[in-house]
Design a protein around this ligand. Structure first.
Ligand SMILES: Cc1cc2nc3c(=O)[nH]c(=O)nc-3n(C[C@H](O)[C@H](O)[C@H](O)COP(=O)(O)OP(=O)(O)OC[C@H]3O[C@@H](n4cnc5c(N)ncnc54)[C@H](O)[C@@H]3O)c2cc1C
Length: 444
């Protein structure tokens, strides 16, 4: 243990609202990793540290940075099954598999997000309606636990551990590698169509009309407008298509977002209020239909780091909620009322469409998914508490990964599997060796 440098560190969530003091270790060998697991009293695996909440650090906890475990271990070019180490960034993985005619069925907004982080939060992407969540495409996991040693698990082998680990916030151990089932690339361009929408209801109508035939569907909505224009914006439909073209795909643009460097002290609040106007104006100047290199369309927030840095200047909150289709209209009306009553300014509103069912605290069900980015401002806490009430009343689910203030009480009310998750975690790991600020807040 003495030979492993442990760096005292202050950690912050991406939204700058949750902090902790712990230590950081960067092992590069399995032997060192196992030694850390054995000796550090409280531990948690850390991917890129890009969660909006503080999930991979905690007070007095040793965060194990997995970035040096980033190799491809196996790749079957015929079947498209790949085994990679968990610290690998999804952008690097995507560049590799795309060269061989494959694609990752689920991609988040940013390429530095790691395989381990994607599994532990069971993330979704723009393709949620057709492709489900990241872990739906994970066949096997290899997990290290200080008391249980190495565990290989899948839907068929130690399924209890597999289920607890996907979307398990890193609390069952360190995922060291995963076998992922890729999808065959069905084209060499993404055709993106942008449709202007008058309000939230109009956006949902566009989704309904196009969801079956679009590979990916999502929207940008301005939630600062009123009088029938609440949520006016754009719906985006994306599908892979084949066009005659030479050469390979473009390389990804460099990723520069790091959770520790997200804020920009020059940004003042009135400038943030302009963000939706600027976005709308820029979009309106772009063509309604475009044929994009898939790499450039893969990660929507790559190249828009300035947005997160600006929001992060004084801290911001994100909320993401899936609302069952039957309750959507009631939720949307309630949200509009709350935004206006509390005079809240949002910098982003966005919709996606989901179908499926999730276990434990998983962000998965049938319904419409809405995301809001809200810079810290007067009344924000009371506003968000009211949105929690509205969500619970409409039987919605919150995204634990995105909301750094979500309380144990709200999580327990929202997720039918909350008590079971807590109980199964304690059965598996009675010493509760894996700890984070998120775990303490959710009281699991
Ligand atoms: C710009 C941006 C866009 C995003 N877009 C999306 C999106 O479209 N959809 C979506 O669902 N999410 C999205 N997210 C959220 C992000 O995908 C998740 O928070 C993800 O978990 C972050 O992964 P990470 O590698 O940064 O891991 P961290 O934030 O470091 O950790 C996240 C969790 O994973 C655990 N973990 C990490 N590695 C391991 C491992 N090897 N073994 C066990 N546990 C591990 C940690 O303990 C922690 O609980 C976005 C985030 C950003 C910043």
């Amino acid at each position: 243990m003495s030979e492993i440098p442990l760096l005292k560190s202050a950690f912050h969530s991406l939204d700058r609202c949750e902090s902790a003091h712990g230590t950081l270790a960067r092992p590069d060998r399995y032997r060192t990793l196992r030694e850390l697991l054995k000796h550090a009293p409280q531990i948690i695996a850390r991917g890129a540290g890009l969660s909006y909440c503080l999930a991979s650090a905690g007070d007095g906890t040793t965060s194990i940075a997995m970035g040096r475990f980033n190799r491809i271990l196996e790749f079957d070019r015929e079947t498209g099954v790949i085994r990679v180490e968990a610290g690998m960034a999804l952008g690097n993985l995507l560049e590799f598999v795309a060269r061989h005619g494959f694609w990752l069925p689920v991609l988040p907004g940013y390429p530095s997000i790691t395989v381990g982080g994607a599994i532990a939060m069971n993330i979704h992407g723009k393709s949620a309606y057709h492709s489900g969540l990241f872990a739906d495409h994970v066949a096997t996991l290899w997990l290290e636990h200080p008391d249980h040693g190495e565990i290989r698990c899948s839907k068929l082998e130690r399924a209890d551990v597999f289920d607890l680990t996907i979307g398990g916030f890193g609390l069952t151990g360190v995922i060291v590698s995963a076998r992922i089932i890729l999808k065959k690339l069905s084209g060499n361009r993404i055709e993106r169509t942008r449709i202007k929408t008058a309000n939230l209801a109009d956006t949902v109508a566009v989704f309904d009309k196009h969801k079956e035939k679009s590979d990916q569907i999502y929207s940008w909505n301005d939630l600062n407008r009123s009088s029938g224009r609440f949520g006016a914006g754009f719906a985006y439909l994306e599908s892979f298509i084949k066009v005659p073209a030479r050469g390979g795909f473009e390389p990804l643009a460099p990723a520069s977002l790091e959770s520790e460097r997200v804020s920009c002290s020059l940004v003042r609040r009135p400038l943030l209020d302009l963000i939706p106007h600027v976005y709308r104006a820029l979009e309106a100047r772009r063509p309604e239909r475009a044929f994009l290199d898939p790499m450039s369309a893969a990660f929507p927030l790559l190249g828009k780091e300035g947005y997160l840095r600006a929001c992060g200047a004084k801290g911001f909150r994100e909320m993401q909620i899936i609302v069952p289709f039957v309750n959507w209209s009631r939720f949307a009306e309630g949200l509009e009322r709350l935004v206006h009553n509390f005079r809240i300014t949002t910098t982003l509103g966005s919709l996606k469409i989901f179908r499926g069912i999730g276990k434990y605290l998983c962000f998965h069900s049938d319904g419409l998914c809405i995301a809001l980015d809200i810079p810290l401002q007067t009344g924000i806490d009371a506003f968000m508490a009211k949105v929690d009430e509205l969500m619970l009343d409409c039987r919605g689910l919150p995204n634990v990964a995105k909301d750094s203030r979500l309380s144990a009480t709200v999580a327990k009310s929202a997720f039918a599997g909350y008590d079971e998750f807590k109980r199964h975690l304690m059965d598996f790991d009675p010493r509760a060796r894996f700890q984070s600020a998120l775990r303490s807040r959710l009281n699991v």
